[in-house]
Write a new protein. Sequence first.
Length: 132
Amino acid sequence: MVIDGTNLNFKDSSFDVIISFETIEHIKHYDKFLSELKRVLKPNGVLIMSTPNYIRELIKNKYHVSNMSFKKFRQVLSKYFDKLDYYFQGKFFYPFPARGILESVFHIKRDIKIRHDKPKFEHAVSIIIAKK
């Protein structure tokens, strides 16, 4: 099934939990998307959402139309949800072609740990658990 995330065909308060991993950066009108997610969540519903922590790109990802730093991500979600809990995953690496091959050849292991406290280094993925 393919549906438009900015115009969900569900009744109000339909879902207890909505999970959206690394989607928002692909949506130009993310305010409509978040409004729809809030609308279809039940009163005590939970949204679990993640997005890459945008710092800068060596090569532009043409599919990412709404890149957000953690600060921007938090600011955007706080307009729609009262309770936000933050998590941080991995260490930030500059994206570049063939990175996986180089990591394999040089035995570089990516840090994929999820942390509740903001690390001192720049993290790769921002995760927010939001409640109405």
